[in-house]
Every structure is written in C-alpha cells, then in structure tokens.
Design a protein around this ligand. Structure first.
Ligand code: HEM
Length: 397
C-alpha cells in the first residue's frame, strides 16, 4: 500500500495570499523536474533561499529593469521580427520563444560569441529540451528516456555556453573591468559568499533561461490571441492598440490573470499549519494553490471574474494579474521585467515600465499583426497543458 499524502487545494484569493506567506511551506512544484531544477532558486528554502535571492535581487532593481526595457530589449525585438515583417507573415509560438529566449539569455548571462543564426538555433534547441525537463510531470511520452536526454543536453549546453560565459566574466573580474549586468555575473562575482558547485551554476543559468523565456513566450501568444478576440467583439478599441501603450499592458495583465503560466503553485507542509479561516495543513501534507480559481475569485474580481476585460479595475492592493507571479518568498523575481509596473497615477510618464511581454506584443501589433484566415491556430498535443502549438499570423497592411 502506498502512503498518498493528504492534499489540500486552495481556491480563494485571501487564503492563497496567506498560504504564500507561510514560512513552513516548502516548494513542491518541481519535484519531477529535478534534472533541471535541483538546487535552483525556486527550489531552495529558508536561509539558503534568502541568501541567494538577496544577491540575485540586485539585478532586478528598478534602474536595471528600466535599462533592459528601454535600451537592451528593443533592438532584439526589432531584429527578431524584421525578417518576418519582410515576409509578411510569422508564427507566434516559434517567434515568441526565439524572441523571449534572446531576451532571457541576456538577463541570464548566456553569451553568444558567434552571434550567428546557427548559434541561436542551438540555444533555442536547448531551451526546448529544458522546458521538457522542467515540465516532466506533464510529459505524455517515456519520462525516463526524456530525463536522460535532458541530462545529456545540459552537459553539452554547459560546454558550449555556460563555461565560456563564466570564463569571460572571471577574466573581466581579474582585469578589474565592469561585468555585464546579468545573473551569471552575480553568481561569478559572489563565488566567495555562495560557494556554488559548477553543476548548480549550470542549472541556475538554464533555469533563468527557461523561467524568463518560456513563461513570457507563452504569455506572448496568449495575449496576442486575446487581443485579436477582444477587438473582434469590441472594434471601437482597435485604435487603442496603437495609441495607448497601457492598453496592451492591461491586456497582458488580464491574460496572465486568467491564464497563469503555472496554473498551480505547490508546497509541502514542514509543520502543522492553520490559516486564519481555520483551514489546516497537517505536517507532511501537500498544498495546492489553484490559481485558475484564485484569480477568478468573484469576491475579489467581481461577478465577471472569468471574463477577459482589459478595462477591469481591481480593489486596492490586488494586482491586475492576480497571483500569477506568486507572492511571498518565491514571488517572481522577474515580474516587473516581464509585465512592467502596475498602473497608478504615473502610468503615462516616462518612468512607467510596461514590461517586455507588452513591449513585444506592441511591436507585433505595430507591424500590422492579424490572424491568418486560411491557417487557423492549433493546440500543442505533446503536453497536457493548454499551449498553442502553432499560431500563424499575417503582418503588414
Ligand atoms: C509572464 C511571465 C512570468 C510569469 C507568469 C512568471 C511566474 C512566476 C511564478 C508564479 C513564480 C513563483 C513560483 C512559486 O511560487 O512556486 C515565479 C518565480 C520566479 N520567476 Fe517568474 N514568471 C515570469 C517571468 C519571469 C522572468 C522574465 C524571469 C527572469 C528574468 C523570471 C524569473 C523567476 C525566478 C528566478 C523565480 C524564482 C523566485 C524565487 O524562488 O525566489 N520569471 N515566476
């Protein structure tokens, strides 16, 4: 007889917020994906997590996020889209992943010394393998064979990308020169404090690549789809796509609320815990935060909570994207980078940050994006998660 753990599922916003704050709940979501996720930030707990997070947080301060959004990302978005604009068509799943991978490589610190299309293809291949590694729990084929393949690919990724990127940063450090602003630089320059074995640095780098790229790429195709659908039913809003930069940001937040990249958060209870509502998590039990329900809680988001509405307003203190970036100690380190700052009085001044997903979707719509009437989108059959497999789009006039 197997001892199945007790599982408690949280479906309301208030209970979810309180659950995320519990210090005695430990990460459980990536237990099956340890080939990529063992000892990476999101899997650490307690002091170990706090120390690494504190160092990596330095990279995600407002002025660095602003530098990325306003200086570093726009040329990459433009260069990725340019050949497809010339051709008059693109495919959102593929271009979304390539674009977000280029952006994530920059923040992770994966150098591209050759800068060739061939090299980008290699990196893209690794990214797709790592995504499969991290989401092994949802894999529909032979899980053991996939795990072994991911482990092999991680080694080659290290030789081709991580070790050379580390060596370049070490040489800069020795020469007293400025290091690029990225996660790998933080790890290399804090080697004395962190003492991370090489394989952990490789996985942390791979994790940042996929944490930054996959979530944002999935959001990119979903936001675009939701805007197409919204404009069909609300043609009066068509002008907003070009005239009001905050419109696409609101569409992004609403999409991320309704279709969170991770539909659930999971934790193991390290002690007996009781929430204010009386809900209990016995020690050793599993807690599932069901974000699809939490982010549609009508007591917080109203009776129309399940509908996509970019004009929605949320109560004070409730982010427009709900809890899709988590909360508490593991709250997404890249949320401002991905989705910008929440709307407030400063929404239209130069300091407002819109986020890389809205920035990329804006560039797509500025290029005249519309669905291809002769080639409708299809879902990805290789996973039980609701991802688009192909989403053909026409560009230009
Ligand atoms: C639409 C885009 C994104 C979404 C929806 C998203 C979502 C999330 C969520 C839900 C968590 C918390 C997981 C948990 O509580 O178990 C998380 C953590 C994390 N995210 Fe994101 N993320 C996004 C983009 C990014 C980007 C662009 C980066 C990097 C530049 C990033 C890096 C991370 C890291 C490092 C963690 C772990 C934080 C920790 O454990 O302390 N994410 N993300």
């Amino acid at each position: 007889m197997t001892d199945e753990p007790i599982v408690t599922t949280i479906t309301t916003y208030e209970e979810a917020k309180e659950t995320y704050r519990q210090k005695d709940l430990r990460q459980a979501l990536y237990d099956a994906g340890e080939v990529i996720m063992a000892d990476v930030l999101v899997n650490l707990h307690g002091a170990e997590h706090r120390d690494r997070r504190r160092l990596e947080n330095r990279l995600f301060r407002r002025e660095t996020v602003k530098l990325y959004e306003q200086d570093r990302f726009p040329p990459i978005i433009e260069a990725t889209l340019a050949p497809d604009i010339a051709e008059g068509r693109t495919e959102l799943v593929d271009i979304g992943h390539r674009m977000m991978m280029n952006l994530a490589a920059l923040t992770a610190g994966v150098d591209r010394p050759l800068g060739t299309a061939e090299e980008t293809r290699h990196l893209y291949h690794y990214l797709l393998v790592f995504i499969e590694g991290a989401t092994l729990a949802h894999h529909t084929g032979d899980t053991e064979a996939k795990r072994a393949e991911v482990a092999r690919e991680l080694e080659v990724f290290d030789q081709e990308f991580v070790t050379p990127s580390m060596e370049r940063r070490r040489s800069l450090l020795v020469a007293g020169k400025e290091l690029p602003r990225d996660v790998l630089s933080v790890l290399v320059s804090n080697d004395d404090a962190l003492h991370l074995p090489h394989d952990v640095i490789v996985r942390e780098t791979a994790f940042y690549l996929l944490a930054g790229a996959h979530t944002s790429a999935t959001a990119f195709s979903r936001v675009s789809h939701n805007i197409f659908t919204w404009l069909e039913a609300h043609p009066d809003d068509a002008g907003l796509v070009h005239e009001d930069r905050s419109f696409i940001q609101r569409c992004t937040h609403e999409t991320v609320r309704l279709q969170p990249s991770s539909p659930v958060a999971m934790r193991w209870a390290l002690a007996d815990i009781e929430l204010k509502t009386g809900t209990r998590f016995p020690q050793g039990s599993k807690v599932v935060i069901d974000l699809l329900s939490v982010n549609r809680d009508p007591s917080v988001f109203g009776a129309s909570a399940h509908e996509f509405d970019p004009h929605r307003t949320t109560p004070d203190g409730v982010p427009a994207y709900g809890l899709s970036f988590g909360s508490g100690m593991h709250a997404c380190i890249g949320q401002d980078l991905a989705a910008g700052l929440l709307h407030d009085a400063d929404a239209d001044n130069d300091d407002h940050l819109y986020g890389l997903v809205p920035g990329a979707v804006q560039a797509l719509f500025d290029a005249g994006a519309r669905p291809d009437p002769n080639d409708p989108p299809v879902m990805d059959e290789s996973t039980t998660r609701p991802y688009f497999g192909r989403y053909p789009v026409l560009l230009g006039q």
